[in-house]
Design a protein around this ligand. Structure first.
Ligand code: HAM
Length: 423
């Protein structure tokens, strides 16, 4: 065992899994770029104040933040998510609206590590600033849905709710406060503490003694203003028109405090309920303002890469596929010939690896085999003398000696038939 190991909740994403991660991000980028979203790359570290706006009643802010004082005496934190950073960026740069951005990358939360829950975890996501139209809510949800389809996931369910306009939400929160306060000590101690900070979050409790009080709690839909109800109706009508199946879940509140109006979550059917949230999002119409910008409506989502890939494993879709090599150069003589050949082929667009250290033919052929290359290119004494290369197909077929000057043409013809590339 080496003397150092990754810290709890942190992992190396090793090959070939790492290629799958890259492919995952690429599929996501392709889906959202085709809808007019452009990439924003915010820093991993921000002023702590950016993230405290996520809500002082959330675990993310109160318990899980990786915050510290830097050498310049600034109170900073590793980002626990990227929505707040996107809003900070908007407030700072004031781009023209609508501002449609996507992002991908790691986030940090000091959580108790378990399957699907890590302290460093990746998300992909989108955010749109400056649009109130419920048809945007539909677009945002539909893009996540499209992404799941592209991955091949079938067991994803979408749940949606609306928290109403800020006033509706405040009246609802007061009604919940009264309702849960009446339960007194029958509520769990944790829920009584949560009640003091944010009664909405009591609805999130999965603790058994809280269940009957959550069941009998007032419903948010009874508090919607006409405007909020119309907005939410339009969102649902849009989802139906696009044939996106969803379930209304009036008790969905989500774990972050900045949400207003539409909220949604995607759940994976194969995962345990503690970490079955594959992703989620919603509107956060006051967040830019809270970060010093103009009043701006906002909506977006973030999808957890780790959990989504676990769901892919469970469903047997979106497998890891490292790039196959075209050729593996077996250098039996040692020297500059193999260096030149390898460089020339790479420049011509072939994917090529090679053997080193003048190892035996047998050892290098073993490497060639393991590399999954289509052909081995063997350079021995005779080949150097005759200015030729032996081309040995690795998946059946006779080996041939090809003059060096004709090699690229030969490989182009032969490999294109086998791999469909290099036409
Ligand atoms: P969130 O629900 O906190 O929302 O995170 C979104 C997704 O990130 C979760 O559904 C989950 O898949 C993944 N995730 C969260 N924490 C962990 C963890 N410790 N380990 C592994 N995966 C995790 C947000 O972050 C909001 N910024 C979403 C949003 C965007 N709302 C509006 N725009």
């Amino acid at each position: 065992m080496s003397s150092f190991q990754t810290s709890p909740g942190m992992r190396d994403i090793l090959p070939p899994e790492s290629s799958r991660w890259r492919a995952f991000t690429q599929v996501f980028a392709d889906v959202v770029e085709a809808a007019g979203y452009q990439q924003l790359i915010p820093p991993l570290l921000e002023d702590l104040g950016v993230f405290t706006r996520i809500g002082d009643a959330t675990d993310v802010v109160t318990k899980e933040m990786y915050d510290f004082v830097d050498k310049g005496d600034r109170r900073v934190a590793l980002r626990p998510e990227q929505t707040a950073s996107v809003c900070r960026s908007f407030a700072q740069h004031r781009p023209v609206t609508p501002w449609k951005v996507f992002y991908s990358g790691p986030n940090f939360r000091y959580e108790r590590p378990q399957r699907g829950r890590y302290r460093q975890f990746d998300q992909v996501g989108i955010e749109v600033l400056g649009v109130d139209d419920p048809m945007l809510d539909v677009e945002v949800i539909a893009l996540a849905w499209e992404f799941y389809q592209q991955l091949g996931l079938q067991q994803v369910s979408l749940i949606v709710n609306s928290l109403g306009e800020p006033d509706d939400r405040s009246r609802y929160v007061e009604a919940l406060r009264t309702h849960f306060a009446a339960a007194g000590d029958s509520l769990t101690e944790q829920s009584r503490t949560t009640l003091g900070k944010n009664p909405l979050r009591v609805l999130d409790s999965k603790r058994e003694p809280d269940a009957p009080f959550i069941e009998s709690a007032p419903q948010i839909s009874d508090f919607y203003s006409d405007e909020a109800a119309a907005h939410f109706d339009a969102v649902q009508a849009g989802l139906r028109a696009l044939d996106i199946p969803f379930t209304l879940e009036p008790k969905l509140v989500r774990g972050l405090d900045y949400y207003r109006r539409t909220i949604f979550e995607f759940q994976g059917g194969t995962l345990d309920s503690a970490q079955n949230a594959l992703g989620g999002g919603g509107r956060y119409d006051g967040l830019v303002e809270a970060l010093g910008g103009p009043a701006t409506s906002g909506i977006g989502f973030a999808l957890g890469v780790d959990r989504t890939l676990l769901a892919c494993d469970d469903e047997g879709v979106f497998a890891a596929e490292p790039r196959d090599l075209d050729a593996f150069v077996v250098d039996v003589v040692g020297g500059i010939e193999a260096v030149k050949l390898t460089a020339e082929l790479r420049q011509a667009g072939f994917a090529v690896d090679r053997g080193y250290d003048n190892r035996s033919m047998k050892a290098q052929m073993k490497l060639a085999n393991r590399s999954n290359a289509a052909v081995a290119l063997i350079i021995g004494e005779d080949e150097v003398a005759n200015n030729a290369v032996v081309v040995k197909p690795m998946r059946g077929g006779d080996q041939q000696t090809i003059p060096r000057s004709e090699l690229i043409e030969h490989l182009s013809g032969n490999l294109s038939q086998k791999t469909g590339t290099h036409d």
